[in-house]
Design a protein around this ligand. Structure first.
Ligand SMILES: [Zn+2]
Length: 238
């Protein structure tokens, strides 16, 4: 980071991504002049916003903290350099950046819980993994791995990872008995699914899920959860 920075530590995941993505040096490529970034507020090298911002695909001026007339080299890098940065789930730290497939998300969250990624870190979980968007501009930086603050779509979620993984297990118990995601989301099971899981077990599982109904936390758990065919064994709540 620039020695002129006025913010402590990496203030935005764009700095993690630009530093660790397999591309040119952001300051050399996009550091034409100095200023304060309108997105992440870092003071340092960057560009006039007309360079990185292409209004054919960027129409979200609300992501700007202020109209400084400057985009730092890291934010500029993410906006311009590679389309792959704009699609799907990802995790980034000061020395690592990785795109994550939907099938690998649960393992990634377990690894975060187990200490495989040193904070500060940023985790973005997409609602639809195939849509191009500027998630690196709104995903928070978490200074703790557990509890973790991350972004699900445009919402920020903070939760202890054992609690999140218990919620995922509760969802997987129901999916193992063929519950549809919509029925889990709304707490309206089909009779045959209820008979399959058993009423007493359903009540125990639903007691874990119900406090999270209508939240981004439950949507995260639904995204992380595996369908019956992808579960190695019948899941059990602790
Ligand atoms: Zn910036």
């Amino acid at each position: 980071m620039s020695p002129q920075s006025t913010t402590k530590g990496p203030p935005s995941p764009t700095h993690f991504i630009a530093r660790n993505h397999d591309g040119p040096d952001p300051d050399t490529e996009y550091g034409d002049r100095d200023g304060q970034c309108c997105f992440c507020a870092t003071v340092g090298p960057g560009q006039d916003p007309t360079e990185p911002i292409n209004y054919d695909y960027f129409n979200d001026d609300d992501l700007m903290r202020s109209k400084t007339g400057h985009v730092c080299s890291s934010c500029a890098y993410c906006m311009q350099h590679a389309r792959s940065i704009k699609i799907g789930h990802w995790i980034a730290t000061t020395d690592h950046y990785e795109r994550v497939s939907t099938g690998d998300l649960l393992e990634t969250v377990r690894s975060v819980r187990d200490g495989a990624y040193d904070p500060p870190l940023s985790l973005y979980i997409a609602k639809r993994a195939n849509i191009s968007q500027h998630s690196y501009l709104w995903t928070p930086v978490s200074y703790s791995a557990d509890p973790l603050t991350f972004a699900y779509a445009r919402q920020s979620v903070t939760i202890g990872l054992d609690d999140l993984l218990e919620l995922v297990t509760a969802v997987e118990v129901l999916r193992y008995h063929d519950f549809r995601l919509e029925d889990i989301r709304h707490g309206r099971p089909r009779i045959r699914d209820l008979q399959s899981v058993g009423r007493e077990r359903y009540q125990r599982v639903d007691a874990v899920i119900d406090p999270h109904r209508t939240t981004a936390t439950l949507e995260t758990a639904l995204t992380l959860s595996r369908a019956k065919d992808d579960q190695p064994d019948e899941p059990k709540l602790q």
